[in-house]
Design a protein around this ligand. Structure first.
Ligand code: FES
Length: 251
């Protein structure tokens, strides 16, 4: 884990809501795995006080990309950063996706800004058969940057499959029936809960969980998620954010 004073290289708007920030942060860029995250201090003052967690979206040489939507004051301030501005970044944090092992086809299932870790995961899985299911509210919110072989689902039917991304996945998965698949899911909790249900006792499935994360490395105890076996909780920041789908109970 490093703390780096990084420099903003570029900032781009990808669609109605989504931004892509590129920063120079050499040590983190060289060591991060897909599915890990960083905690960013979005301002040089004490407001907002807490760092914000962001999945690492992609890396290229000494640069890291973060993909994010504006949710509140922290992400609004981040969206106003310009080339040359400085950002204090802590990372890489968390465990990341496990891409090793025996499977034929990687199936990426994402909802909205849950797509954030998929470009780096796609890069890591290069050479492997891969299909990506991407869900969004409407065509203006579809994210495709850095992803491959994409099947789009929109809630209002304005692009691709008309329905949510889990329904879309279920309508296509029979085409993969003779393949050994591994699912990588990332998105809002209700989507991940539905994906967990669909995968139960059927598919190898890893889920990247979202949580409010203040410290990012197991100190504040502010990111618990219930274990499915035995008593107690995992910490999303330290034990995750990626879990096998049978490890956890999603609230
Ligand atoms: S964010 Fe502090 S323990 Fe997880």
């Amino acid at each position: 884990m490093y703390t780096e004073l990084s420099t903003v290289a570029s900032q781009e708007k990808l669609n109605d809501h989504t931004y892509l920030l590129k920063v120079k942060a050499q040590k983190i860029a060289k060591s991060v795995k897909p599915g890990q995250f960083c905690n960013i201090k979005v301002s040089e003052t004490n407001y907002p006080l807490l760092r914000r967690p962001f999945s690492v979206c992609y890396t290229e040489d000494e640069f890291i990309y973060f993909m994010y939507d504006i949710h509140g004051v922290g992400t609004k301030m981040l969206s106003e950063k310009k080339t040359g501005d400085r950002l204090n970044i802590l990372g890489p944090l968390g465990n990341g996706f496990n891409t090793e092992g025996d499977y034929d086809t990687a199936v990426l299932v994402g909802g909205g800004i849950g797509a954030a870790p998929f470009p780096l995961l796609t890069k890591k899985l290069e050479g492997k058969e891969l299909i990506t299911f991407m869900g969004a509210r409407n065509s203006g919110q579809v994210i495709k940057w850095g992803m491959k072989n994409i099947v789009v689902a929109t809630d209002d039917g304005s692009a691709g499959f008309h329905g949510n991304v889990i329904e879309c996945f279920q309508s296509e998965v029979q085409n993969l029936e003779n393949k050994k698949i591994r699912i990588f899911g990332c998105g809002p909790n209700p989507m991940l809960k539905a994906l967990q249900k669909v995968s139960m006792n059927k598919y190898d499935c890893q889920l990247s969980m979202e949580s409010a994360m203040a410290c990012g490395f197991g100190i504040c105890q502010g990111c618990p998620i219930k274990k499915s076996a035995g008593e107690g909780y995992y910490l999303v920041c330290k034990d995750g954010p990626v879990f096998n789908s049978d490890q956890i109970i999603i609230g």
